[in-house]
Design a protein around this ligand. Structure first.
Ligand code: CP
Length: 326
């Protein structure tokens, strides 16, 4: 039986997609290819000269319509390590404030011969919308409450690095699932790689019918922690709470008492659960400082791996640009 084009990404060393819009669109072989490529770039990042010429003929625009520290800096570093030309745009101080549409803004930037766009946007679906209307490779750097694919890739890559595998690993995702693009992308990515996923959080922050995605749901954080090998403690998205005028929990203090991970609760688990957090951390809310900085925390490894993983994504997507179009 000949392999279908959609499952042959590993054999051809080429991604099955032209844009990275969400993990949902990827096949497991794409993720494996991204990880193997990131392994090579991680070795490059350990050298005295942390730079390769791979994308010296490519220009990338980073368009950030929403705040970011890690993703923005990580993409810019990844692009510069690959020798791409880089242009940065943020919506504040731009003509967006004069009423220019997203498509007009991006097409004006592309008219200056830009090949790839990395975009963060507050609206779910903004990256998919853009990919249908402009002629450049699009990388979703987080679209509202929808997906954050490179975060999920670097999270799974960091689990693979720490535990030597992802298949069969039990991963707890705890906290504000309702507003989290990281949760959705992580669920898709971990399941494609054969991990088991459990969600835990207040019922007001748990999307209805989320079990339909094949995840376990547990309300009791202590039980969930005893089940897992890895605990990914999500940020309470303070900026997205109470959109309908109703508070999702009484106070941050009460949230921290019931759903926060402090050292006493961590010690009660009785095993070396790996601690993760996508950042930015609300210290003392999702995790205490002792837990964030614990020997079993890989929070800064996640950030470090983000550069190699994003280099891999950009490199593999650029490989799909016809060279005579560059
Ligand atoms: N993890 C993450 O997306 O962080 P930033 O919002 O700082 O980019």
């Amino acid at each position: 039986m000949s392999p279908s084009p959609r499952t042959d990404a590993l054999a051809s060393d080429q991604l099955s997609v032209e844009h990275l819009l969400g993990i949902k669109d990827l096949i497991p072989a794409d993720i494996d290819l991204i990880f193997r490529t990131a392994d090579g770039f991680k070795e490059v990042l350990g050298r005295p000269i942390k730079k390769v010429p791979s994308l010296r003929d490519i220009t990338i625009a980073n368009l950030f319509f929403e705040s970011s520290t890690r993703t923005r800096v990580s993409f810019e570093l990844a692009e510069k390590r690959l020798s791409a030309d880089v242009v940065n745009f943020s919506s504040s101080g731009s003509s967006v404030s004069k009423g220019e549409t997203l498509i007009d803004t991006v097409n004006n930037i592309l008219a200056m011969k830009v090949d790839m766009v990395v975009m963060r946007h507050p609206d779910p679906g903004a990256a998919v919308f853009l990919s249908r209307h402009v002629g450049a490779r699009i990388v979703n750097a987080g679209d509202g409450t929808h997906e954050h694919p490179t975060q999920a890739l670097l999270d799974a890559y960091s689990i693979r690095e720490k535990l030597g595998k992802v298949k069969g690993v039990r991963v707890l995702i705890a906290g504000d699932i309702l507003h989290s693009r990281v949760a959705l992308s992580n669920i898709f990515c971990l399941q494609k790689l054969g991990a088991e996923v459990m969600l835990c959080g207040p019922s007001t922050l748990m999307p209805k019918h989320i079990e339909a995605l094949g995840v376990k749901v547990e309300r009791d954080l202590d039980k969930a922690l005893r089940w897992c090998d890895v605990a990914n403690m999500l940020r309470i998205q303070l900026e997205r709470q109470g959109g309908d005028g109703i508070a999702n929990f009484p106070s941050l203090r009460e949230y921290a008492m019931v759903y926060g991970l402090d050292l006493a609760r961590y010690k009660r688990i009785g095993k070396d659960v790996v601690i993760m957090h996508p950042g930015p951390i609300n210290r003392g809310v999702e995790v205490s400082s002792e837990v964030a900085d614990h020997a079993n925390s890989i929070i800064l490894d996640q950030v470090q791996n983000g550069v190699a993983v994003r280099m891999a994504v950009l490199y593999l997507l650029a490989a799909r640009i016809p060279r005579n179009a560059v």
